[in-house]
Structure formats: C-alpha cells, structure tokens
Design a protein around this ligand. Structure first.
Ligand SMILES: *Cc1c(COP(=O)(O)O)cnc(C)c1O
Ligand code: SF4
Length: 437
C-alpha cells in the first residue's frame, strides 16, 4: 500500500518554503509576488511535484494554469506592485493598492449574484441558480473554494473575499422544497468552487436529502469538480475517499445517474498513476465522467493538446463534453483567444479523434442569452459569417436553430459580434454571468 499523501497547499504567504520557488529566476519570483498580491494564488504539492515540468517554466502549461504571470497585470499596475514589494511596504498599503487594482478588473460580471436566482413563495433562494429548465445549479457554502486556483478563474473575487459567500447555501432544505415544486428539473449540478473540496460527511449532508421518492424526477446528480486534476487523491487515498465513492454508489442505488463534470485542461493532468486511479475508481462504482474546460492562451491553445486530451480521456473511459471560451473577468486579456482562433483549434482537434471523442461540443460561450456554440464560419458571396447555435437558451425555443453574425477575426465574446441575416439583437445581449463551467 502506498503511503497516504498529505494535502499541502502553497499560497502567497508560504510560497518561499517551496524548493521549486526558491530555484526560480529572481524575476519570476518577483512576478509571482507582485501578481499574487492582486489575484488569488494557491497550488499544492501534487501539482508542483507531478504536473509542472520545471525545466520549461515559465512556458510550462500547468505553471501557466496555476501560477501568477506577469502579463496578468497591466504594465503600470505591475510596476506599482513590484515597487511596493521591493520597498518592503507595509502589508496594509500592499493590500489597499491591490484592492484598487482589482476593482478595475470586473470582479462582478453583470448580475452574477442576482441573475437566475429562483424564488420560492416570494423568497429568493441563496445558493441556487435555475436558468435552463432541466438543470438547477446548487452552490453549497462549504464547496466554494478549490484545491488550487486556475489563474484565469472567473470566481477569483470570491477566493479573496471581495465577494462574500452569501449567495451560497448552508444546507439543501430550500433546494429540496424548490425541487418539489419543479417537476421539470431532471438534473441538479452541485458546483463551486469545487464541491469535492468538502469532506464526504459534508457533501453527504447536502446530497442525501435529494434522494427521497418525492424527488424521483431528479434523475441525475452532477458534481462539477477540478479535484480529479488538482488533487486526485481525493478519490483514491484521502481518509474519506472510500466513503465518497460509497456516497456516489448510494445515489446510483437510488436509481439515479452520477455525472462527474470533470474540469480537465491539459492531457498532462491524465498522465499520473493517481489521476488514472481516480478515474478507474469513480467508474468502478458506476459514475460517468464528462470532461470540460475552457480554451486558454498559454495553457491549451493548440489543437494537438486537445486532441491528446480527448483521445486519452476516451481511452480512460471518459466522455468529452464541452470546450468553453473563457469569460470577461479578472486577468482576461492575458488568457483570451479570438473566437475565430478558438474555432480553428477546435476543428483541427475534433477532426483528428474518432467518433467517440466527437461527443465534445465547442467552442461554447456561456453567455447571458444562453450557451452559444460557434458552429462554423461560412463565406457567402464575398462576405464571411459566423454560424452560431444555442445549445442552451434562456428561451428554450432558441435551442438548435442556427443564427448568423458578421465574421470578425478579433472578436473574443458574443457581445463583440454584430448580428447578420436578421438574427435577433437579444441573442447578442451584453454582459456575463456567474455560472460554473
Ligand atoms: C452550462 C449550464 C448548465 C448545464 O448545461 P448542460 O448543457 O446541460 O450541461 C446549467 N445551468 C447553467 C446556468 C449553465 O451555464
Ligand atoms: S476554474 Fe474552477 S477549478 Fe479553477 S479555480 Fe476556478 S472554480 Fe476552481
């Protein structure tokens, strides 16, 4: 039996103790110090020892994914923070300055805490979002953090306390009451942060109340998680890993489907023995694992990466599901990719996997009017257009109908696009939302 690895996080306050950090070039250490004062940073022993190839830092994709990068701050903000840190400025001044910089980075994408929040008997329900008929999102308060933070994460405001957790649910009482009145809901998606950060006992308290006969219409419990990549021991060697698998088994015994919505960004996350064991163990109890992630510059903006990710995923018995476009918040400029380029990367990867990998849909924007798929680029006479399709719509009648926008090689989000051939303006509604990937 292998030794049980202990979860050990590294953050701005103890990063000096990490040997790989000590070995970095001084300017890289400085970038980490300056940028992590502004944006949240957390990594762990597994990631630094097993996923990052330190010979290729700073270009290593997992380093880009989890460590703060200079380009995440505008140049003048970077200079300001660096100066303060070099001068050993008081922590209060560092914090105050960092706060002012953050406020300029769209910490609250439009309507994120109030949009799609359902009501029950006139009271709005904290910790729930219900946008598409079939699926309710559930945000348990104890699951609103992660084993490591993705540098592009749109939940960054919550990790540093700019945004409080009032939106999250302390228990599932209101969820149960709401679901009793909503027989159209077939799926509950437990999300965060990462609900697998919770102890099994806590997760069980949230989920078990859903398994009652009155809620038979809830046929699928989805768990949105990055733990499979950032801390696969959660499903293998953690002290309550077996108990977690038993909880999933109980859901399945109740006649329901458990869908693990696994956040995988790069094939390297599937390369370690423990990552593969996590997948095997989840599948052995009957969970289905679906793979999804955003396409991110510096991390996975290459068709070969997605091709390998989907191929390896299928080989391990998983189902490729979504390739997302990342949204407009936080250090967006450093990570964003034009829609046209995302589409081109998607198509190249998609055309090189077997039909079993072509269950994936992408690139997809989770935007205000719905989940919008970039289905293609067409040329009609001498003009080019994007062909777009709603995979999910605020109005279900929109789903599955193609619509058009003028081609724009620079556009990075739906609201950059101009409707063509009479597509409704409401399809291009500005604003982003607070929803999980
Ligand atoms: C993506 C998403 C879902 C789930 O959509 P599926 O296409 O069924 O995976 C549910 N609610 C919201 C708000 C979403 O953004
Ligand atoms: S993208 Fe997901 S896994 Fe990554 S930090 Fe954000 S919530 Fe956590």
């Amino acid at each position: 039996m292998e030794q049980r690895p202990i979860y050990r996080p590294f953050t701005r306050s103890n990063i000096d103790q990490l040997p790989q950090f000590q070995a970095l070039a001084p300017e890289l250490r400085q970038h980490i110090k300056a940028v992590s004062a502004v944006f949240p940073f957390r990594t762990n022993r597994y990631i630094v020892d097993h996923l990052i190839d330190w010979h290729t830092v700073p270009h290593d994709p997992i380093y880009q994914l989890t460590f703060p990068q200079r380009g995440m701050l505008p140049e003048n903000d970077y200079q300001t923070m660096t100066r303060l840190i070099r001068q050993n400025a008081p922590e209060s001044l560092v914090r105050q300055t960092a706060h002012a910089i953050r406020m300029r980075h769209n910490p609250h994408p439009a309507g994120q805490t109030t949009y799609n929040v359902p009501t029950l008997n006139g009271k709005s329900l904290a910790g729930l979002q219900h946008k598409y008929h079939e699926t309710v999102l559930f945000f348990p308060s104890r699951g609103q953090t992660c084993h490591a933070y993705c540098s592009y994460c749109f939940r960054w405001a919550q990790f540093i306390g700019v945004q409080d957790l009032k939106f999250a649910a302390k228990n599932s009482d209101e969820l149960v009451a709401y679901l009793k009145q909503h027989p159209e809901v077939s799926d509950v998606l437990v999300t965060g942060g990462d609900p697998a950060i919770m102890k099994t006992s806590a997760l069980r308290e949230y989920i078990e109340p859903l398994l009652i006969p009155e809620l038979e219409h809830v046929q699928t419990i989805r768990i949105g998680t990055k733990s499979v990549a950032y801390w696969p021991h959660r499903f293998v060697t953690d002290s309550d890993a077996d108990e977690l698998l038993r909880l999933f088994e109980r859901i399945i015994e109740s006649g329901r489907h458990v869908a693990i919505m696994a956040h995988y960004s790069h094939p390297r996350e599937l390369s370690t023995p423990v990552a593969q064991q996590a997948i095997t163990r989840l599948r052995a109890v009957g969970c289905e694992i679906r793979m999804q992630a955003p396409i991110i510059r510096h991390v996975n903006d290459d068709p070969a990466i997605w091709m390998r990710l989907w191929r390896r995923g299928v080989k391990l018995g998983m189902v490729p599901y979504y390739m997302f476009v990342s949204r407009d918040t936080g250090p967006h400029n450093y990570f964003e990719i034009p829609l046209a380029k995302a589409y081109s990367i998607f198509r190249k990867a998609y055309s090189h996997v077997s039909g079993l990998g072509r269950t994936v849909r992408g690139p997809v924007m989770s935007a205000t009017p719905g989940k919008v798929h970039i289905s293609g680029v067409v040329q009609i006479e001498d003009q080019r257009y994007f062909v777009l399709t709603f995979l999910q719509g605020r109005n279900p009648d929109w789903v599955g109908r193609p619509f058009f926008a003028h081609f724009d090689p620079e556009a990075t989000w739906l609201f950059d696009l101009k409707p063509a051939f009479g597509a409704s303006d409401s399809f291009f509604n500005a604003g982003t939302e607070y929803v999980s990937i």
